[in-house]
Design a protein around this ligand. Structure first.
Ligand code: DC
Length: 263
């Protein structure tokens, strides 16, 4: 598996600063993390993408979601490359995820990958295999890391930890809109089906399915024995249910400045 660039294992200077943004899916953390990274000129780690890649590989190869060794080995052997924000992009935009030379960005964002990703994320051996890979993203001038256990497990010394949450209804609605937009742009076919005359009914059913899937994923992510989805004791919690993404960004930037981070 390849990381953005070669990293020295010996440190002669203090490690780069990290901002950890954790929280459930649909809370807006991906957008906030990518905007923060762009605003600060820092690197970006979308750790959920790693679990999604392994979920995708497991699904395609028929690897049992509970087969710890096979999952960890698949993760170690896969060549996963991220398009980094630094230098590669002028503003926030989804990072491209390339696996063994193939752009899988759209494939890992499909609705049907969410449950496999959540299932494999509960496997301790896989989490261990991904631990060092995630830490290698920590490079100057700094890293914004988005996930579930960035502040609790992977970067416990992060200078700022934000736990971004929102009600399950708000998160399901946002996810629905996101998938709809991707479908409209032609990059995704799930979850609406192709019958245009039935689009209203199919949209209502899709929203209900997304809500159920969001709840199931939350439950699994929160109750797993390893790295459960929990705010770090020193995290600042932001509830984005009634906030726009710009409001959340303003709150996050205020915390960044308060801690004296960035440029
Ligand atoms: O944020 P996301 O929806 O892309 O995450 C996909 C899955 O990976 C989700 O079920 C939670 C899991 N995950 C995790 O366990 N730990 C992380 N640091 C990031 C994601």
């Amino acid at each position: 598996m390849s990381t953005p660039s070669a990293c020295s294992t010996r440190r002669t200077i203090s490690p780069a600063d990290v901002i950890a943004i954790d929280g459930p899916g649909g809370s807006g953390k991906g957008t906030v993390a990518s905007r923060l990274a762009a605003a600060l000129g820092w690197h970006l780690l979308d750790s959920g993408a790693l679990y999604r890649v392994v979920g995708l590989i497991a699904l395609r190869r028929g690897i049992d979601f509970d087969d710890a060794e096979a999952l960890a080995e698949a993760a170690r052997k896969a060549d996963i490359a991220f398009q980094d924000t630094l230098g590669a992009m002028s503003g926030p935009s989804p990072i491209r995820v390339v696996v063994d030379g193939i752009d899988e960005t759209d494939a890992i964002r499909r609705a049907e990958i969410e449950q496999p990703a959540s299932r494999v994320a509960a496997v301790p051996a896989l989490r261990e295999a991904l631990f060092a890979i995630q830490q290698a993203f920590r490079r100057p001038p700094g890293l914004v890391a988005d996930g579930r256990d960035m502040g609790t497990v992977v970067f416990p010394d992060a200078r700022l930890k934000i736990y971004l949450t929102a009600s399950v209804d708000a998160r399901a609605r946002r996810r629905f809109e996101q998938l709809k937009q991707r479908e409209a742009s032609g990059s995704l076919r799930a979850p609406f089906g192709s019958d245009r005359e039935n689009v209203a009914g199919s949209a209502a059913a899709a929203l209900a399915a997304i809500r159920a899937s969001t709840e199931a994923r939350d439950e699994r992510d929160r109750t797993r024995p390893v790295s459960p989805l929990l705010p770090a004791p020193d995290a600042v919690t932001i509830d984005s249910t009634e906030m726009s993404i710009d409001d959340v960004m303003a709150a996050a930037m205020a915390l960044v400045q308060e801690r004296g981070l960035g440029r």
